[in-house]
Design a protein around this ligand. Structure first.
Ligand code: NI
Ligand code: MN
Length: 240
């Protein structure tokens, strides 16, 4: 486990959810799926504060807790315009909508919305009830310039090279589970384009169908000669 010693803590809550606390004390929840997330440790399902919440797309395994946690903690909710409209209708007044290509800074942390190749229908009880716009990823630039790319759910796509050119992500949170997202082979090609120093694999193991594993990703990036280190966290484990 590399100790980066930059003052931030990134805790994996399982699946694609992370809790990030920054050097200057901003508490950020990435993709709010905690209470019904079978991989999320019980003690990490409530928070002292959430200042910012980001949402990559409308699927329940990424935003099932957006409304209840949004009402409880009143964070600034960084999401696309369509999810903003849905959350406003649910009574949340603190949304901060944006779209791909743009950036906004909230409490000293910069959020750049980037492309993802996936769908985004918003579900309630297994039914699609609203259009969630397009799925996205985020590049998060911390107070000291550290860049974290959360790919969200996505296939590999060639414009990941553009994300690398624009934002130089040092840490990449990449899905590897297969079936609904990239598998390790696709994630290795993505890593070749993105050229991060560290890769944190996500979106695997939550359900039996999400079969990709970090060891396969290590083998695939070695085959391609990619120099990134794969940092496989356990749910609840912290990269800091
Ligand atoms: Ni999804
Ligand atoms: Mn998903």
């Amino acid at each position: 486990m590399p100790k980066l010693d930059r003052g931030f803590k990134l805790t994996w809550l399982g699946h694609n959810s992370f809790w990030l606390t920054t050097r200057d004390g901003c508490s950020v929840l990435l993709d709010p799926w905690v209470e019904s997330n079978p991989a999320c440790p019980k003690e990490l399902q409530s928070f002292e504060r959430i200042d910012v919440m980001t949402i990559t797309h409308g699927h329940a395994d990424h935003m099932a807790d957006a409304v209840n946690l949004g009402k409880r903690y009143r964070p600034t909710i960084v999401c696309n315009y369509e999810i903003h409209c849905y959350l406003q209708r649910k009574g949340l007044a603190t949304t901060a909508p944006m779209n791909k290509g743009g950036s906004q800074t909230v409490q000293g942390v910069k959020f750049s919305m980037v492309h993802a190749l996936h769908t985004s229908g918003i579900e309630e009880g297994g039914q699609i009830v609203a259009c969630g716009g397009e799925a996205c990823g985020f590049v998060i630039t911390l107070e000291d310039g550290t860049t974290i790319y959360q790919a969200g759910d996505t296939a590999a796509f060639s414009d990941m090279a553009l994300i690398a050119e624009l934002y130089h992500p040092e840490i990449a949170l990449l899905p590897i589970g297969d079936l609904f997202t990239m598998a390790p082979r696709e994630a290795a090609i993505a890593a070749r384009m993105l050229a991060p120093r560290w890769i944190v694999p996500t979106h695997y193991g939550t359900f039996p169908a999400l079969t990709g594993r970090p060891d396969e990703l290590r083998r695939e990036i070695e085959k391609l000669g990619v120099k990134a280190e794969v940092v496989a966290l356990e749910p609840g484990e912290v990269l800091q």
